[in-house]
Design a protein around this ligand. Sequence first.
Ligand code: ASP
Length: 440
Amino acid sequence: MAVKVVKFGGTSMADAASITKVANIVKSDSERKYVVVSAPGKRYSEDRKITDMLYSCYHDVELCGECRETFDKIRERFRGIVKELDIDINIDKYLDEVEEGIVKYRSADYAASRGEYLGGIIISAVLGYSFIDAKDVIKFNASGDFDSELTNEYVKNAVRKTGNAVIPGFYGSDDAGNIVTFSRGGSDITGAVIARAVEASVYENWTDVDGFMTTDPRVVKNPVHIEQLTYRELRELAYMGANVLHPESIFPVRYSNIPINIRNTFNPEHKGTMIVPASDENTHNKTITGIAGKSGYSTIFIEKSMMNKELGFARRVLSVLEYYGVSFEHMPSGIDSLSLVIPDAELAGKEKAVVNRITKAVQPDHIELLSGYSLIATVGHGMSFKIGTAARLCDSLAKANVNIRMIDQGYSEMSIIVGVDTKDYEKAITAIYNEFFLEK
Ligand code: ASP
């Protein structure tokens, strides 16, 4: 029988009413055998996520050796959930164990992971599914890197013994038994890892929106919904800020071409967005699949006559970035110039040092750091090898009076990235959206 892996995000786990919806969704399809959960998230916009409160507990312990005040709020929330769900578990026993662990281990990862752990215990009681602790199956090496092959083996062995299971998302453990987490939002990755190991027919990722939109709804009102997109399109859009799904979630499912279906716990009738493997085919007949963007970039602009003849020029520039541990995102170049587009967060505090060292390394005629950049990615297999897409994009920006500071199109031709001044960011996204998605 086909099996499905279902992952529920923080909003779906936020309170007893949402958890009841989760249970109904799982029970309504007998193929939904493996359930991965996030920690309870926000119930309303000013609310705090349990994960954030757990990080606060860790900081409290670092400061004063205990976290009673913050932990009591966590305790209250879990107690309330268990009471309302009317399930037979001794939640206080688990809460005591967690509070003690936060004080004892003094580990941010341990503390942060406990929301998923407790949420997993609750949902396994609600569903009557077995509980597999992620620390026993999701494995990291001594340097904290995820070990995909060992994990695959461990998960396969663990699920062999059960017909169904709940597995908390976001964390695992290293060889020494220390808890290690993925980056924030990492329960999406856990879901994908489980889907790979159980050879799921689909990985359903249940969240609080109907799936991906063709662009950011905070910029364009009611953008068109995306029914289907490919893994590669998702990578581009997610990386550039479309934050419905963790961008690393596709790596595990890609091994066996398992589709990911984004669904809405609060609108379960909606088919959501399907993310499919079809590597370089256009899965719909539109030129563009979506537009995403991010602000907060700077550019180091380097000019030197005849740099194209100077062997090792780019290497010397890049070795400076490596030396300072700064990663860059784009490197558009001309004959006598080269620019490095870098997220501000990467450069923070190191701007002067980086510029000075590049100056020493390559002695440019001119070097300048320009900030206040935004990048916008226009993505879609539909534009590969199609003449005129870049022209339409540039024309739409020109008509909106937006100056393009940088433009980058990779070999695959499935995304065009433009850099604009941040003051033009929303205007630019709206212009590109109107050009490609509004009926003319
Ligand atoms: N609870 C974690 C976070 O808030 C992980 C997750 O929800 O996926 O980032």
